[in-house]
Design a protein around this ligand. Structure first.
Ligand SMILES: Cc1cc2nc3c(=O)[nH]c(=O)nc-3n(C[C@H](O)[C@H](O)[C@H](O)COP(=O)(O)OP(=O)(O)OC[C@H]3O[C@@H](n4cnc5c(N)ncnc54)[C@H](O)[C@@H]3O)c2cc1C
Length: 390
């Protein structure tokens, strides 16, 4: 089944875009210093301009380059962009109903393959497969899980039950026991983005500035940026700041602020082999350090960390280790906040503008960017490449 792409950004007129694996439709100069806009802008050939170097813009630019396309990336280094503050977890089975992410059978293997390719390319590890231990919070949840285990669609995705108080020899407050979500892991997004940015800077294809929408001239069949034709088109990957975009701000966005904290707690080293999920998720960062979060706030859409939320997360973290001496001494050592670029409905917004066929959107990956983006970027790049071949 191929669900439709969101109609608001339908690309019907262009034939571009679509596909998504049987499931969802869907250089310029050599230099080592920061490039001036004029230098990059005067490059002879430009296939695509990508606005935004979060995880979305990064993966898409890499995929287009893989296909031999010349890409210019523009980003203004927003410190609290979702990709800079995200927990980075890839968790394919989520929620109270213990449901597999739509398309997980395709998305998860693709994500692992792409992150492994990037590790090889940059000579650094970005993604770590990490078991995801989920505490049961009620008897009802146990019965939901038991039902899932009988469903062949969930074969291999969930572990048998782990008896209460037995993981790592005990010390956790999993009084009803728990289970592992298999094939989970976490991505160090800031590290990946920093490596890609260094590479693009050194090649002179990265502009560090705020994209000025007034520099774009649109017509039905083409687009110009600063007076130069951009053959393939301009692709907007601005995350939550799409709200400022004159072509796409009207779509039904449903952003949600989230916060996480980094916590140190002595005596927790032995639990570092897995992500622990109770009312919060605790991601092991090595030693006695954990990244813990997060919350969803649809009302306050700023990037301001709030002490009350941090304390609430800290207390939930302490509760995970209630059986460990000195759990209450958990100490917050870092605190970040950002806004997820989420949309109404379940699918991201990917495609061409309904009127201007060379203005594209690649956004709306909400709280699942790590899982969704690698395959979406591959498929989208494939289609953009085909559609704009000289
Ligand atoms: C607290 C929190 C926790 C999260 N945890 C997870 C998680 O565990 N797992 C998961 O999969 N996802 C998680 N997410 C979601 C994940 O962060 C997003 O899905 C993903 O990072 C979105 O990437 P993006 O590139 O679309 O947007 P962004 O990361 O917001 O990037 C947008 C980029 O565009 C640039 N930009 C915007 N406008 C302009 C302009 N006019 N000119 C120049 N540059 C511009 C910004 O500087 C920024 O670099 C979390 C998000 C938050 C906030």
């Amino acid at each position: 089944m191929l669900p439709e792409l969101p109609s608001q950004i339908s690309c019907a007129g262009t034939g571009v875009l679509m596909a998504f694996l049987g499931y969802l439709t869907f250089r310029l100069f050599k230099k080592n210093k920061k490039n001036s806009a004029e230098e990059v802008a005067s490059a002879d050939m430009l296939d695509f301009v990508i606005v935004g170097q979060g995880l979305a813009g990064t993966l898409l630019a890499l995929e287009l380059e893989k296909r031999g396309r010349r890409v210019l990336i523009v980003d203004d280094g927003w410190k609290t962009a979702a990709s800079q503050v995200a927990a980075g977890v890839l968790n394919p089975v989520t929620g109270m109903r213990i449901v597999k992410t739509l398309g997980a059978d395709d998305l998860v293997p693709a994500a692992k393959r792409v992150y492994a390719e990037l590790a090889e390319r940059f000579g650094e590890t970005f993604f770590r497969e990490t078991p995801f231990y989920r505490f049961y919070t009620s008897e009802h949840e146990k019965s939901v899980k038991a039902k899932r285990e009988k469903d062949p669609d969930y074969d291999g995705w969930l572990s048998p039950d782990v008896p209460a108080g037995t993981l790592c020899g005990g010390g956790l407050s999993d009084r009803l026991g728990g289970f592992f979500v298999n094939r989970a892991g976490w991505l160090d997004i800031p590290k990946l983005l920093a490596r890609a940015r260094e590479m693009w800077r050194s090649r002179g294809v990265f502009l560090e500035e705020n994209f000025n929408y007034a520099d774009v001239e649109t017509s039905r069949g083409g687009v110009r940026w600063r007076g130069r034709e951009v053959r393939g088109g301009i692709i907007f990957c601005e995350g939550f700041r799409v709200r400022e975009n004159p072509w796409f701000s009207h779509l039904k966005w449903q952003p949600a602020k989230g916060e996480f904290v980094e916590i140190e707690l002595a005596g927790t080293e032995k639990f570092q082999g897995q992500i622990l999920k109770s009312s919060v998720a605790a991601i092991p960062l090595g030693g006695t350090r954990w990244r813990v979060g997060t919350n969803y706030d649809r009302d306050t859409l700023d990037s301001q960390p709030t002490p009350e939320v941090a304390e609430r997360i800290r207390r939930s973290f302490c509760a995970i280790f209630a059986g460990t001496p000195d759990a209450e001494s958990a100490r917050i050592v870092a605190h970040r906040a950002g806004v997820r670029p989420a949309v109404q409905g379940t699918l991201p917004k990917v495609g061409a503008h309904e009127k201007f066929s060379k203005i594209f959107l690649f956004n709306g990956f909400g709280s699942k960017g790590v899982t969704w983006l690698p395959l979406y970027a591959e498929r989208f790049a494939e289609n953009l490449n085909k559609a704009s071949k000289p």
